[in-house]
Design a protein around this ligand. Structure first.
Ligand code: G3H
Ligand code: 13P
Ligand code: ZN
Length: 307
């Protein structure tokens, strides 16, 4: 099955009140683990590539790995650029076969975010490529850019932004953040704000970034086998499930994949110090990604059987 534009995927998710998982991919094992989970659950998938992933693996490698994955599946899969910082990276991904791009102008002044997003929409739309934009700002680290303060999305500004840019979906800031250290006190999301945005933009797909749950099992495993992950905390799963019923059609997960891979490999190295074949420890890491993603699809996102 060829890569798909996410329109139908998100329309159905919106109608039926679930979310599609958007998983960050950086190498073959991560792609395979996610694809295996999707196949086991018959779930639609968004595979997303950050600028960092593109730099690490090379755009051609990552696209070809995903194309290889598609040979073996009939699942609908979207290839998405995560946090595109400028027009040039979006253009390169659109020209390189991506079916969806994010233009992230959230750090720019409002009018500049509009102008940049509009420029990407004008290039992408005639080519059948979906455009996600962002309004508001998330705390945390993205591609070495640290944002120290969350700026929640203003609902009236969101309406104006969508109308003026023509973007297809919008990432909103309601209290999630990137990385493994999301909450110091209570884990809270601003559902009142989310509901207001949804009501003002009926039928319009919203996106939640920074949505890893930071499973305690992996934090404990990493810490037990020499890691220093410390008191990491993510978004409780029940809050993600609730967000999916408020027009959030795409939920982004990266940190949980990193934790699954690293905790599993740390344990393997500690228990089998004599092994040095990379396949021996990459296989359990891939299995851990599969199991974690399968759990998300089934118990958190609600998209099992929706492919
Ligand atoms: O939102 C950021 C994603 O977690 C990607 O992270 O830029 O380090 O690949 P990265
Ligand atoms: P996490 O750091 O919570 O996994 O967020 C990932 C993300 O938003 C990618 O764009
Ligand atoms: Zn993000």
């Amino acid at each position: 099955m060829p890569l798909v534009n996410p329109r139908e995927m998100f329309e159905r998710a919106y109608r039926e009140g679930y979310a599609v998982g958007a998983f960050n991919v950086n190498n073959m094992e991560i792609i395979q683990g996610i694809m295996q989970a999707g196949a086991a659950e018959r779930a639609p998938l968004v595979l997303q590539v950050s600028a960092g992933a593109r730099k690490y693996a090379g755009q051609a490698y990552i696209v070809k790995l995903i194309e290889a994955a598609l040979i073996e599946t009939d699942l609908p899969v979207v290839l998405h650029l995560d946090h595109g910082a400028d027009f040039a990276i979006c253009k390169s991904c659109i020209d390189g076969g991506f079916t969806s791009v994010m233009i992230d102008g959230s750090h720019l002044p409002y009018e500049e975010n509009i102008a940049l997003t509009k420029q990407v929409v004008e290039y992408a739309t005639p080519k059948g490529v979906w455009v996600e934009a962002e309004l508001g700002r998330l705390e945390g680290v993205e591609d070495d850019v640290v944002s120290e303060k969350t700026v929640y999305t203003d609902p009236d500004q969101a309406v104006d932004f969508v109308k003026r840019t023509g973007c297809n979906s919008l990432a909103v800031a309601i209290g999630t953040s990137h990385g493994a250290y999301k909450f110091k006190g209570d884990a809270k999301l601003d559902f009142e704000r989310l509901e207001t945005i949804t009501n003002k933009l009926p039928g319009f797909p919203l996106v939640l970034h920074g949505s890893s749950s930071v499973p305690q099992e992996f934090v404990d495993m990493a810490n037990a086998y020499g890691g220093k992950v410390g008191a990491a905390r993510g978004v409780p799963e029940e809050l993600l499930r609730k967000a999916a019923s408020y027009g959030v059609c795409k939920i982004n997960i990266d940190t949980d994949i990193r934790l699954a891979v690293t905790a599993t490999i740390r344990k393997y190295f500690a228990e089998k110090p004599e092994d040095f074949d990379p396949r021996a420890y990459l296989k359990p890491a891939r299995d851990a990604v599969k199991n974690m993603v399968q759990h998300k699809i089934k118990n958190v996102l609600g998209c099992s059987g929706k492919a």
